[in-house]
Design a binder for this molecule. Sequence first.
Ligand SMILES: Cc1cc2nc3c(=O)[nH]c(=O)nc-3n(C[C@H](O)[C@H](O)[C@H](O)COP(=O)(O)O)c2cc1C
Length: 159
Amino acid sequence: MKIEYYHDSKYGNGAAVAEEFKHQMAAKGASVNIHAVKDSDAKQLPPADLYVFSSPARLGSPTSSVTSFLEELDLPEGTKYAIFTTESAPAPDKKTGKVPTDEELSKRQRVIARMNSILQGKGLSKVAEGKVHVIGIKGPLEEGWKKKVAAFADSISGQ
Ligand SMILES: Cc1cc2nc3c(=O)[nH]c(=O)nc-3n(C[C@H](O)[C@H](O)[C@H](O)COP(=O)(O)O)c2cc1C
């Protein structure tokens, strides 16, 4: 399986996730080429069995670079893709002390939803999605993040 992986990592956390994914997929016999969206031409992606698109959260959305990149993609309908984001670990509510649930977060955190909406609007076919948390804005990555990468890699290698 040949995978092309596109990220837009500012502080290096998303880039580290990409490298770990590559390492884990190599153990499953799959090759992963990692690219920064800023250095890539969305109209000329190399052929692949699957494309992974990864963005950090920016005010609840993907970065503007990722959004434009996805909007410019020119891939055949049915092309397989997966999404992997980095987002700040949810902080407990200041009044209640409760950490918001995924459902509560999804109301304001639309990173994956927006990426899916663009890609599915182009007729692409989703095989997996996931996210890894970072502590604060710059990281580091959350404890146990490699297990999240492993779960993501497992959901892809089954395809
Ligand atoms: C201007 C700005 C806005 C951000 N907005 C959000 C946000 O809405 N939700 C969130 O979870 N993280 C937000 N973050 C934190 C990013 O998720 C975090 O910086 C990123 O995942 C780190 O990945 P990177 O090291 O690959 O750049 C924001 C960061 C910046 C700099």
